[in-house]
Design a protein around this ligand. Structure first.
Ligand SMILES: O=C[C@H](O)[C@H](O)COP(=O)(O)O
Ligand SMILES: C=C(OP(=O)(O)O)C(=O)O
Length: 346
């Protein structure tokens, strides 16, 4: 057996900590569990149309500095409490970035921003931050991209996303069918909505899903199906936040036997990747809400403390609270955005 035919293009870097060991280091307290369970129940009620509030998923495009993310969470909490009678605010806490080709893939993958890929530290930082944010009473949202790392943090997540680049992937749909939180599926990067409608349906069924268990043992799970899958309109070749596009998507949902309620991503294809345009998209959404649209269950926005984005130089991001992936709204505009959404639900 001296000839090897596999593992020819990979090399072992390190062993991964187990999900259980990480949870023991950063446990889910009863108060955090309460935050998660209450937020999930509220989001589910909003998606069903039983809670008239608007779900608002807002926060940085990605977390690269946990101190800055926590500072943002503290600011956001003030507005979350102020607007809680009309808005259900959940903080975007994204640790995994899907790349069009290549690039920094997020805090879990490369926490030191220098290509050292210290995944164990990335997982520790991500879990600790989620504990700290939930301890404030702020619920968290994330994208589930990797098939393994979700096991380390999913108990602290109130809302999950499957991104535009993975909505059509069978394993992501299977994963979503197992997740305990509501999961939004984005339309494809080209604007294809059908793949997201198919994904919502696929995830609502039970599947067989192979994943590590909390001890790290590879396990065959039988999933139950997720009844709270939903559509996220993120734009594609053209934006899709206007009333006609939302009406068409709602019709598609109804024809597929799904609740015609969806989330609009103010960013990405809808903002033409120009961060300030999120406010223009929001104005249109507010108009639709004021006109009584029943299809808009929520919105998503990319926002941080400092407007725009920055380059990482020598493993360092120089500006505190500014994105190192997509450009975000700054704090002032984020305050204006939340005030505008709140007014629209008057
Ligand atoms: O949300 C972030 C980005 O839009 C996504 O990760 C794709 O980024 P990229 O096209 O720069 O790789
Ligand atoms: C990558 C993201 O979005 P999309 O999948 O829509 O490109 C995101 O929301 O971070």
């Amino acid at each position: 057996m001296s000839i090897h035919t596999d593992e020819l293009r990979s090399r072992r870097l390190d062993s991964l900590i187990t999900p259980k060991a990480l949870s023991q280091a950063y446990p889910l307290t009863d108060a955090m569990a309460e935050t998660v369970l209450q937020a999930r129940a509220e989001i589910e009620a909003i998606l069903k149309g039983e809670d008239p509030r608007l779900l608002v998923i807002i926060g940085p495009c990605s977390v690269h500095d946990t101190e800055a993310a926590l500072a943002y969470a503290e600011r956001l909490n003030t507005l979350r409490l102020r607007y809680r009678d009309r808005l259900c605010i959940v903080m975007r806490s994204y640790f995994e970035k899907p790349r069009t080709i290549v690039g920094w893939k997020g805090l879990i993958n490369d926490p030191h921003l220098d290509g050292s890929f210290d995944v164990n530290t990335g997982l520790r930082l991500a879990r600790k931050l989620l504990c700290d944010i939930n301890a404030l009473g702020v619920p968290t949202a994330t994208e589930f991209l990797d098939m393994v790392t979700g096991q380390y943090i999913a108990d602290l997540i109130s809302w999950g996303a499957i991104g535009a680049r993975t909505t059509e992937s069978q394993v992501h749909r299977e994963m979503a069918s197992a997740l305990s939180c509501p999961v939004g599926f984005k339309n494809g990067t080209d604007g294809n909505i059908q793949i997201a409608l198919d994904a919502v349906r696929a995830a609502s069924y039970g599947h067989i899903f192979c994943s590590p268990d909390k001890d790290g043992q590879m396990t065959i799970y039988q999933t139950q199906g997720n009844p709270f899958g939903h559509l996220i309109l993120r734009g594609g070749k053209a934006p899709n936040y206007d009333a006609d596009s939302i009406g068409l998507a709602a019709e598609g949902l109804s024809q597929a036997g799904l609740t015609p309620r969806l989330i609009v991503d103010l960013s990405h294809g809808n903002s033409l990747k120009q961060h300030s345009r999120q406010l223009l998209v929001a104005e249109d959404i507010c108009r639709q809400l004021k006109q009584g649209s029943r299809h808009i269950a929520g919105v998503m926005a990319e926002s941080f403390i400092i407007e725009g984005n920055q380059q990482v130089v020598d493993g360092k991001a120089a500006v505190f609270g500014q994105s190192i992936t997509d450009a975000c709204l700054g704090w002032g505009d984020s305050e204006r955005l939340l005030a505008m959404l709140y007014q629209a639900l008057a």
